[in-house]
Design a protein around this ligand. Structure first.
Ligand SMILES: [Mg+2]
Length: 436
């Protein structure tokens, strides 16, 4: 018999619900269990029990779920969240503006959605974006051939925790890797009924966000309109693409933006590897001489030029070097070890970003979260103490999901629902599916 005694009983509905969970976990006929204690912890991953009369419901709930998780781990054959089926949907989304930088330009974006279903019918969603994907039948063939055998009938927890050796032909970027990882984390959050940002250790669901124009190919009028709209939306930080062969073009573009957002705004710029280290130093001094304050420069030179990046960081002390976007974990480690980065740029691969965050924390280097599909990265950004900024490029892929991530007065808000909170909109599924 399980006893749930006051003060847990102060909210009857909560108590009844979780007494049922506890009863199921400890089993009938077990007379040893009583939950009459205050539960406190110093982090999500550790907890202890103290006799008390005042119980924090959230912590008690987290405790119960951790308990449930450990019980599930101890009884592998009884794991609740086991993968049974999947669905792949390929979308083509027209963009409301041409996006790009000094190297690329695009007016259409493709998104592949992977939905993994458990035997209980719960769904986990993972999202990929690119400027091209194979037609849907080929995507399904690839998923069947390369992924599904390893996922089918498997419980989600070992899949999330499994380490594999990157060796030989296995050391590659696989098409669905990021989507599978996101979908599994989504299912994990739903299974333990925690928002992903809390599951990852976060204590607040708000993180500073900046508006990113991806504006290199826009006219002056279009640039004006984009940043006016961003100001109206409440942003106080903005990113602008630079790296034009004509330095005066860059200076003019930055002046156009500053005229809209004001000189007090936080201004980031991104050259997308357009420069040599020397050109980067020259350009950053030219902007400064023009009275333009640049908070960070993103990818000023080649991603693997660690010495060059370190040199820019040292020679331009008034601007942070933000890089790492194009590098895997091994490359990010080299950036950190060689003092080649002031702000480490990460993206939406949940498990990989957590590893990168550990590395960055060891070096005392902050992170920024670059664009992620439908801003799914908001959970990572909110959870990780080293993340200071989340990018929002306002490119309209919100249309694909039923409950888009909210942005309020320059902050992104991670949804307070189990998992990551994103699910495909059925209207979008009908309108934007493009099997090819
Ligand atoms: Mg960038």
């Amino acid at each position: 018999m399980l006893l749930v005694q006051p003060p847990l009983a102060k909210h009857a509905a909560w108590t009844v619900q979780h007494a049922a969970v506890l009863t199921r976990l400890v089993g009938d006929g077990d007379d040893d269990w009583q939950l009459t204690a205050d539960i406190s912890h110093d982090s999500f991953g550790s907890f202890c029990l103290f006799p008390s009369t005042d119980v924090d419901e959230d912590l008690a709930y987290a405790f119960i779920k951790l308990w449930q998780f450990n019980r599930i781990k101890a009884c592998g054959e009884n794991m609740s969240a086991t993968l049974k089926s999947y669905q792949i949907t390929r979308f083509r989304l027209p963009l409301t503006r041409t996006i790009g930088d000094s190297q690329v330009r695009h007016d259409t974006i493709f998104i592949t959605a992977l939905e993994l279903y458990t035997q209980e019918g719960e769904v986990g969603l993972g999202l990929l974006n690119s400027y091209f994907f194979p037609p849907q039948p080929e995507l399904v063939r690839i998923f069947e051939a390369e992924y599904w055998d390893a996922l089918k009938d498997q419980p989600i927890y070992p899949l999330l925790h499994r380490l594999t050796r990157p060796r030989g032909g296995n050391n590659r970027v696989l098409l669905f890797e990021e989507a599978v990882n996101q979908a599994l984390w989504d299912l994990y959050g739903k299974d333990v009924k925690l928002p992903l940002y809390r599951l990852l250790g976060g204590t607040t669901n708000r993180v500073k966000a900046y508006a990113s124009g991806l504006d290199f190919h826009l006219t002056s009028a279009q640039v004006h309109d984009f940043y006016v709209d961003a100001v109206i939306r409440g942003y106080t930080a903005f990113k602008v693409k630079v790296g034009h062969p004509d330095l005066a073009w860059d200076v003019n573009r930055l002046r156009e933006v500053v005229a809209v957002v004001g000189p007090e705004a936080t201004l980031m710029i991104d050259a997308n590897e357009a420069w040599s280290p020397k050109e980067a130093v020259r350009a950053l001094h030219a902007y400064r001489d023009a009275g333009i304050n640049v908070y960070w420069i993103e990818d000023p030179c080649l991603r693997s030029d660690f010495d060059g990046l370190a040199r820019i960081s040292a020679e331009v002390p008034f601007t942070f070097v933000n890089t790492g976007e194009y590098l895997d974990l091994r490359g990010k480690r080299q950036l950190l070890e060689r003092n080649a980065v002031d702000v480490l740029n990460v993206h939406g691969r949940v498990s990989e970003v957590m590893h990168a965050a550990w590395l960055a924390a060891e070096h005392g280097i902050p992170l920024s979260l670059g664009n992620t599909t439908c801003e799914i990265g908001v959970h990572l950004a909110a959870a990780l103490p080293e993340v200071e900024w989340l990018e929002n490029s306002l490119i309209g892929w919100d249309a694909l999901v039923a409950d888009p991530i909210k942005f309020e007065r320059g902050y992104a808000i991670a949804p307070d629902v189990p998992g990551h909170g994103l699910r495909l909109s059925e209207e979008a599924r009908a309108e934007f599916t493009f099997a090819g």
